[in-house]
Design a protein around this ligand. Sequence first.
Ligand SMILES: *Cc1c(COP(=O)(O)O)cnc(C)c1O
Length: 385
Amino acid sequence: MARPRDPRAAGAQAVLTIDLHALAANWRLLAARAAPAECAAVIKADAYGIGLEPAARALAKAGCRTFFVANANEGARARETLGAKKSIRIYVLNGLLPGAPVARLYLEHGLRPVLGSPEELREWAARAPKAPFALHMDTGMNRLGAPGGDETIHAALKKSGAAPALLMSHFVASETPADPLNKRQTAAFQKLRARFPGIPASLANSSGIFLPQEPFFDLTRPGYALYGGNPTPGKKNPMLPVVKLEAPIIQLRTIEAGETAGYNAQWTAKRRTRLATIGVGYADGLPRNLMATDARAGGEAMVQGARCAFAGRVSMDLTVIDVTDVPEQSLRPGVMAQLLGADITIDDMGARARTIGYEILTGLGRRYARVYKSGRQYGAAGADV
Ligand SMILES: *Cc1c(COP(=O)(O)O)cnc(C)c1O
């Protein structure tokens, strides 16, 4: 008789296991691929949902020295975790809003803003004339950064007398290697770089590291691939899975062909069907778009090694799955169903929910029991940190 694999299932709670050993291995793989360029780590949005503090610690231990976050509050958390050492560089992607308290937040925590307009440059030069910053030049995204052809940014730089510690730009479509934008942006960045001699340059995100142009420059900035996302969609994922999501079976029942399951009776059994209700729902970040109706397939879970389709709508705290093909004797309340892991990737779930794996990761809920596996404990049966 199969026993619940995690004691936390006793609380009928879903369990999110985060493998920090795999995270470190992913960073090393990306670093080796772009060497001798330095490999940074993007840990914005709570390290893509896995937890900023444990992720930052594990990455620093693996050898990462440069980190990117979205805003100064995330930067302060990263600094707190990583210590005051100047050799650990923390860049804040969203730049600098005007006002002395904002600049103070950067200076207090040794954060480097990524600046992308003459106004931001002037603000930083006035508040912190000697403190390092990055300059973001736009090469086609039209989101953040100064337009490449815009001379006002060069004039503002000259006037401030400050030199950026890093020159960067961002890809628009690096996950699609055939997109001509990749070539165009790489060439535009190459050209821009010539105007900043001796200044380290950075262009590649996760997928950028796998482009045939090898646009590594001096520093790469992966995020998604570190957390197990596939940087090469359509091809085999070179990264190790970092997150595993499991939810316990709470109830089992058998319904007859023609009966329905879930809200609004959107899914009808085509055969005599064994259903399992598992303890995870849209309040946990499981997209409601994974609902299975008579018109379309939805999400999937793995139970005792068998793939089980969702049946009906995803509820707030519960999801119903079809376990007809799982041997009856191996099913009982407390047995865990895997929603994400080695067999169901974040990319798979993203596609089934008609979104991207990035949104799946960053939407991971707060209600899970979180288990962090460190390198040392990795592989020990059931051990966690
Ligand atoms: C989020 C972000 C990254 C990381 O992108 P991934 O696709 O997750 O690797 C790199 N650079 C910038 C500017 C970003 O906003």
